[in-house]
Design a protein around this ligand. Structure first.
Ligand SMILES: *[C@@H]1O[C@H](CO)[C@@H](O)[C@H](O)[C@H]1NC(C)=O
Ligand SMILES: *[C@@H]1O[C@H](CO)[C@@H](O)[C@H](O)[C@H]1NC(C)=O
Ligand SMILES: *[C@@H]1O[C@H](CO)[C@@H](O)[C@H](O)[C@H]1NC(C)=O
Length: 314
């Protein structure tokens, strides 16, 4: 059956995931699915959310970059232990894999949306609960199993230094076809994080089958940047192996799923001074591009310093 190309096509279409395989049932009947559209007007400020703590042990790590046919994936070597804790987490979680989603055009390609808007890409750092479970596979199907940190990607004149290691021409062209792999060493995980302590968190699922509802999502409140050239290189990756026709991997996103009254919590304190805000809803929160203080580029254009900010009452 799997050799039937029509069946194969169905497997790749997210709306059919729950129908083609009964083990993927949650993909169609689950009510806590990901990704979602983040409506900032539905966010709730949670003063008990602490900052996220990244523990790399001060060490750089190595990993293998793969073209899985659906994602650019970076899997850490087993002996490299990078943990995160804090934020919404009650357990320490270990980094297993970084996955990149991206679009065939700018302004699409992220799985999560912010007030209905997509970004050009989304990096997902997938962690598993290593206090309760022995490995990713076991954790993925178990309660409190996964924590996925999501970082939006935007196009700019300069690149995030971590993503630059993955996406420079020498590296990315080694994984053009499905199942290609390339080893990277000396990676500093800290560098992939944007400079912000603020985030939005909600309970959801894996965005690929079997769509287990075991993931706590943490969306960082600032994107990272990649260059237009790097985005172009991503779009030149193929879902297929060489004898088959080239099929760009871009738009490797699952459509947004219903929120079903789930709570979106944030550590952004948006309560406006002097204003009574009984239910702590973010009426005035907007996504803004602020001029950057740290970078003016060769052509005079400036990198946007984007984040959700509290707009002052007018
Ligand atoms: C991550 O947690 C494990 C188990 O608690 C610990 O042994 C390890 O040192 C931690 N990783 C780092 C980088 O500190
Ligand atoms: C993961 O852990 C479970 C339970 O300890 C074990 O049965 C399984 O073989 C492990 N899987 C992998 C891929 O290591
Ligand atoms: C949130 O901001 C308001 C207004 O600036 C301040 O009064 C309040 O103490 C802050 N709350 C927390 C938990 O930081």
């Amino acid at each position: 059956m799997a050799s039937n190309p029509r069946f194969f096509h169905l497997v790749l279409v997210p709306s059919f995931w729950g129908l083609v395989n009964s083990a993927w049932n949650l993909c169609s009947v689950g009510k806590r699915q990901s990704p979602v559209n983040i409506e900032t007007s539905h966010m709730i400020f949670d003063p008990f959310l602490t900052p996220i703590k990244l523990n790399t042990g001060g060490r750089k790590v190595g990993g293998t970059m793969y073209n899985t046919g659906r994602h650019v994936s970076l899997r850490l070597e087993k002996e490299h232990l990078v943990n995160i804790s804090g934020g919404p987490m009650t357990y320490s979680h270990r980094l297993e894999e970084i996955r990149l989603h991206f679009g065939s055009e700018d302004g699409q390609g992220s799985e999560h949306l912010l007030n209905g808007q997509a970004f050009s890409g989304e990096a997902q750092l997938i962690h598993y609960n290593h206090e309760l479970y022995t490995n990713y596979t076991e954790a993925a199907k178990s309660p409190n199993g996964l924590v996925i940190v999501s970082i939006f990607m935007k196009i700019a004149e300069t690149s995030n230094s971590f993503l630059n290691r993955m996406l420079n021409r020498d590296t990315i062209t080694r994984i053009t076809y499905k199942n290609d792999a390339y080893l990277l060493a000396g990676l500093n995980i800290e560098e992939i994080y944007p400079e912000t302590n603020s985030f939005i968190t909600y309970d959801g699922s894996m965005t690929i089958p079997p769509c287990y509802e075991t993931a706590t999502w943490i969306l960082m409140n600032k994107p990272v940047y990649i260059t237009r050239m790097q985005m172009h290189s991503l779009r030149l990756l193929s879902q297929n192996q060489p004898p088959q026709i080239f099929l760009s991997m871009s738009d490797n996103v699952r459509p947004v799923q219903p929120l079903n009254h789930r709570c979106m919590r944030t550590n952004i304190n948006f309560s406006v001074q002097g204003k009574d805000c009984p239910n702590n809803r973010a009426q005035k929160l907007q996504y803004r591009d602020l001029p950057s203080t740290f970078s003016a580029d060769f052509d005079g254009s400036r990198i946007a310093y984007d984040q959700l900010v509290v707009s002052q009452p007018t």
